[in-house]
Design a protein around this ligand. Structure first.
Ligand SMILES: C[S@@+](CC[C@H](N)C(=O)[O-])C[C@H]1O[C@@H](n2cnc3c(N)ncnc32)[C@H](O)[C@@H]1O
Length: 235
């Protein structure tokens, strides 16, 4: 399978000592000693709970369906940028957490856990790799997340629930799949105003060429400089 540079995340260096040093100095620079302690505490908490959010290479995973070559590899969204995105959207819609948070390509469930902690009443994930699906259920149970559902399914066949209020994408797949997902979204009749946060927005044209979707803003996360584009479905 050919790797497209801008699409697949290269996680090969994630276990190297150089990577850990880079992360360590970035946290120290941006958040100081307090930030480092906070991180260490979280790390220990996850260890104590026995949860696993480590990256996985898509090339090593079995998946449901035919779309493995259209998929990005797994690694969890970073906590800080993710919380910044949620807060930014809450500034638009204070009641956003009353609806469902939906993550397309939910991996091991880190965004679902964080969204639940942020206050979403219900969190839903769609993931097509059985190994990640199983780990995500295990993780969320161990972390006492009460109201979650995870579907073992190819995202292109998934119909979003009517009570969705925020749809999250962290560069899960390429344009071919994103186009199908987009069609399923715009063909649903939602109960709430629906926001879309597209983190690492490689296929943004799918949304930006649409008359049914309004672009709100681009957020550059202060911690990582990662980009997220925020949209809202037109009524
Ligand atoms: C970059 S990871 C994002 C993980 C998670 N959203 C998070 O933020 O922690 C992308 C995920 O999308 C999943 N994925 C890719 N293509 C998919 C598809 N067609 N259907 C369902 N999941 C898919 C991958 O298996 C991987 O877990």
């Amino acid at each position: 399978m050919e790797k497209t540079k801008n699409f697949y995340f290269d996680i090969s260096s994630y276990y190297s000592i150089e990577h850990h040093i880079k992360v360590f100095s970035n946290v120290l620079k941006k958040e100081g000693i307090k930030g480092l302690f906070k991180r260490a505490k979280k790390h220990l908490y996850f260890k104590y709970k026995g949860v696993d959010f480590s990256p996985e290479n898509i090339f090593d995973l079995e998946v449901k369906g035919e779309n493995k070559e259209n998929a990005s590899t797994y690694h969890a969204v970073l906590e800080k940028p993710f919380l910044e995105i949620l807060q930014r959207i809450k500034d638009y819609e204070n009641n956003i957490t009353k609806g469902v948070f939906l993550d397309y390509g939910s991996g091991k469930g880190f965004s679902l856990y964080m969204a639940y902690k942020f206050g979403f009443k219900e969190v839903i994930g769609v993931e097509f790799a059985p190994k990640l699906y199983k780990i995500s259920i295990d993780n969320l149970k161990k972390l006492n997340v009460k109201n979650f559902k995870i579907y073992l399914e190819d995202a292109s066949y998934f119909k979003p629930p009517k009570n969705t209020s925020l749809i999250f994408f962290y560069n899960p797949f390429n344009e071919e799949i994103m186009q199908k997902v987009y069609e399923n979204i715009i063909n649903q009749t939602f109960e709430n105003r629906v926001y879309i946060a597209y983190h690492y927005p490689i296929c943004k044209d799918v949304f930006e060429n649409s008359k049914k979707i309004e672009f709100l803003e681009e957020v550059t996360c202060t911690f990582s400089n990662e980009i997220t584009r925020i949209y809202r479905l037109k009524n």
